[in-house]
Write a protein that binds this ligand. Sequence first.
Ligand code: GNR
Ligand code: NI
Length: 170
Amino acid sequence: MALLPILEFPDPRLRTKAQPVERVTSATRKLADDLLDTMYEAPGIGLSATQVDVHQRIVVIDVSATQDAPLVLINPQLSAPESTQEREEGCLSVPSFYEVVPRAERIRVSALDRDGKPFEMQAQDLLAVCIQHECDHLDGKLFVDYLSSLKRDRIRRRLSKLRRQEATAR
Ligand code: GNR
Ligand code: NI
């Protein structure tokens, strides 16, 4: 069990495009397990390797109410986006800010699982949102990028202010 520090907006490392995993090894599985530990501890419903400064295409997700249905997606690829939904999103890299973002309502996903085995799934509703949110992270994209620059800059300023207050309170 290992908890990894999560990068926060506007850290430029969050803008890195992650590389495909060429071979799923014990190191890949260790990273997936550490991502799950970190996600559950946060707590969150998803986490990407990008957010812990590892630039490989790995994400973990658990949208279950009981937080006992971990999903590991390695080299995820989205297809067949259908319809749209607007849901309030948050992000562990943009703590304490929530905004509505437009996303596909249904998607198909192909990926490798924790054992490196290819699989496909369909997703809708919150799970579809979460997968799209995590895949964006792997491409260096954040949910705040869908907002107006006015809103994004306001979030950036408020987060910097919070960070400064934390620093001086220490
Ligand atoms: O914990 C999270 N909640 C969430 C809520 C709505 C849409 C997306 C998310 S993902 C987020 C965790 C996170 O930042 N993953 O990258
Ligand atoms: Ni996020």
